[in-house]
Write a protein that binds this ligand. Structure first.
Ligand code: HEM
Ligand code: HEM
Length: 248
């Protein structure tokens, strides 16, 4: 259950809440989503930009896996156990955001917690349906599109929620995801931001992206997945295209 509820007293100060892995994850995950969505939505899926769509999506899958590990071993506010809430708490939180008052949370609140788990799951779903589109055919393509728009909707609610909180509580939440600090009880902060593990997150993510890019063959639209060594046919009509391109 949650251990981050905070009944505010008068003794608040700026405390360290978000460690570097969480902040780097947020920045990279959000930027990759926006990039992948924009290319998927507006670029020609046979054009030269489209592999970047698949690369960003494939990199988000690793980011999610790393975030899940961090959700079990990371510090207090990064840990899933600090932001798993029962339905009653979610409901009462959502109602209190409308009516005013209610509890405040140093870490993720029950509203953002819902959005976070949904976003992690949607990104994995997009990775899987994207990767197996050539094999899965129309159904997979349909599903990929539905998940993409569902994710746009959740992101919209997420950003609206952040802005709403920022205005209502006069607390600059977007900045907190950059500098890691929020208002809270003096003894509520985490001790270290884990800068080296933040660097490790960036390094692993970059290496994975590099491996995917290196393993990609534009002539056949196939990718050999780093570490796994598995070769995958990409593209919604990849099977047809590769047969023509096999001779080189
Ligand atoms: C202008 C855009 C955005 C702003 C200002 C923003 C801001 C924030 C803030 C303030 C939090 C912490 C929320 C809390 O207090 O519980 C957060 C968390 C999060 N946001 Fe965003 N966000 C933005 C865009 C996005 C996008 C586009 C995505 C995903 C595609 C995203 C995914 C997440 C996730 C997964 C978390 C949880 C982070 C973690 O615990 O690892 N955000 N965001
Ligand atoms: C979070 C990650 C992703 C997002 C947000 C996303 C989003 C989208 C969107 C919006 C479209 C256009 C849908 C349409 O209008 O038909 C699309 C198409 C496509 N995506 Fe993704 N995608 C992601 C990941 C991936 C991955 C990892 C792959 C492959 C490895 C992939 C492969 C494709 C392909 C082949 C299409 C073309 C399908 C068509 O023509 O309709 N996507 N994606």
């Amino acid at each position: 259950m949650s251990d981050n509820a905070d009944h505010r007293g008068g003794d608040e100060q700026r405390i360290l809440v978000w460690d570097f892995p969480v902040r780097f994850f947020h920045l990279a995950f959000a930027a990759s989503f926006l990039g992948a969505f924009a290319i998927g939505q507006w670029a020609d899926d046979h054009g030269s930009l489209f592999p970047v769509h698949m690369l960003l999506g494939g990199t988000m899958v690793l980011m999610v896996l790393l975030r899940v590990v961090w959700g079990f071993v990371g510090p207090r506010y990064a840990r899933f156990s600090s932001f798993v809430f029962g339905p009653a708490e979610v409901f009462s939180y959502l109602r209190s955001t409308m009516t005013g008052g209610g509890k405040r949370y140093t870490g993720h609140n029950p509203g953002s917690s819902l959005a976070i788990f949904a976003l992690l799951a949607l990104a994995l779903g997009l990775g899987v349906t994207g990767a197996f589109m050539a094999q899965g055919g129309d159904l997979m393509e349909e599903l990929h599109e539905i998940l993409a728009y569902a994710m746009v909707a959740v992101v919209g609610v997420h950003v609206a929620g952040v802005l709403w909180h920022t205005i209502r509580h006069r607390e600059n939440l977007p900045l907190s995801m950059i500098d890691g600090h929020k208002a809270g009880k003096p003894d509520g902060g985490i001790r270290t931001a884990h800068p080296m593990l933040g660097v490790l997150f960036v390094a692993l993510t970059s290496l994975w992206a590099y491996g995917l890019a290196r393993g990609y063959n534009p002539a056949t639209n196939q990718v050999t997945i780093p570490i796994l060594g598995q070769t995958l046919q990409l593209g919604e009509d990849g099977g047809h295209r590769s047969r023509h391109d096999d001779d080189d």
